[in-house]
Design a protein around this ligand. Sequence first.
Ligand SMILES: NC(=O)c1ccc[n+]([C@@H]2O[C@H](COP(=O)([O-])OP(=O)(O)OC[C@H]3O[C@@H](n4cnc5c(N)ncnc54)[C@H](O)[C@@H]3O)[C@@H](O)[C@H]2O)c1
Length: 375
Amino acid sequence: MRTVKIGIIGGGLMGREMASAFARWCALSDMTVRPELVSVADLSEAALAWFAAIPSCTQRTTDYHAMLSNPEVEVVYVAVPHHLHEQVYADVLRAGKDLFAEKPFGIDLDSARRILGHVHSSGRFVRCSSEMPFFPGAQRALAEARSGRCGRILQVVSAFHHSSDLDPKKAANWKRLNRTCGEIGVLGDLGMHACHIPLRLGWKPTSLYAQLQRGYPQRPDGKGGMTACDTWDNATLHAWAPIQGEPTPLRLEMKRLAPGATNSWFLEVLGTDGGVRFSTAEPKTLWIFERGAEQWWKRTELGFSTAFKTVTGGIFEPGFPDVIQQMWAAYLAERAGELGDRFGCATPEEAVASHEIFAAALASEQTQSVIRIGA
Ligand SMILES: NC(=O)c1ccc[n+]([C@@H]2O[C@H](COP(=O)([O-])OP(=O)(O)OC[C@H]3O[C@@H](n4cnc5c(N)ncnc54)[C@H](O)[C@@H]3O)[C@@H](O)[C@H]2O)c1
């Protein structure tokens, strides 16, 4: 087992999630590489204090440049607000480290393209975080979509819904402000999740019409006052994408105001002969449509059939921490040249392609018209 020494910049929600995935790496049974967290950087002393529970994490710093000059660190995972992505990613690459970058990979399309330039000029191994396709059900849905059993594909829906913003009393954070989240708002927050599988299948929209909705204009600021919130909270993109050589309806949905949903990633592909449906709301259930003498929706109980084998019993249910760990297994296996035919993490090119979709969505909202992409 070869050890890869990791640094984390941004020890908030996602920084801690990744650290805990490393800490239970013993759950994976067929890996030849193992991540070891050796360094964390965050401006907040309280955030850094949490990492004191991880014995290998001996460097805890408020200055991420100190981590970047640490020769031990080989791979840096960055999870900071979107307005900081470009600067921090460029600094990581200039320091000669490999990068696992959080989505959306820059605050807007121009920023994402500049980051891609840094990726190419540095020659480092870079991938973008998007874990939901690592659910076994998502992988089965992908395989079904590729199988040809659907016949002519008639429509695709790829969606990510949560309801974090329904409560008007919830305090604002950087994700509710254009300055720090980006003008793209929820598109940047949830869009990579919805775009990852369609883009991997080559189903990149050629045109789209966007319906964007804002949430509450003001929220508590967490200090007793109120603050303005200006981001888009819900986005429904009605797109045409080339599927099997035919223009096909593809609906991409990203919602922070989805009543009833906590963190539901959803994919549905419907064709003339078959179809498939998977939602993380039912994490071990796969629905497959078949047209025969009658029409059937068949429900399969999948269990824990992850791409990277684990000690977890095959009858158990997969969850968010499991797919985070599977995504890291894919990152480290691909970096080591051992991914094989397994699904790989989102590429920098896919991240830029997702930004092209988000930029078109903003243009569509502004002009209330259909926007061509790549024309
Ligand atoms: N893949 C996913 O499912 C998923 C889920 C949530 C968020 N994210 C992404 O992760 C990133 C971070 O989101 P989060 O929810 O963890 O945010 P968060 O606010 O919980 O954490 C961000 C951390 O970055 C730190 N930080 C800010 N400026 C810094 C600097 N200059 N140097 C070092 N640390 C700094 C903050 O102190 C904070 O602890 C974003 O890109 C977001 O889109 C991904």
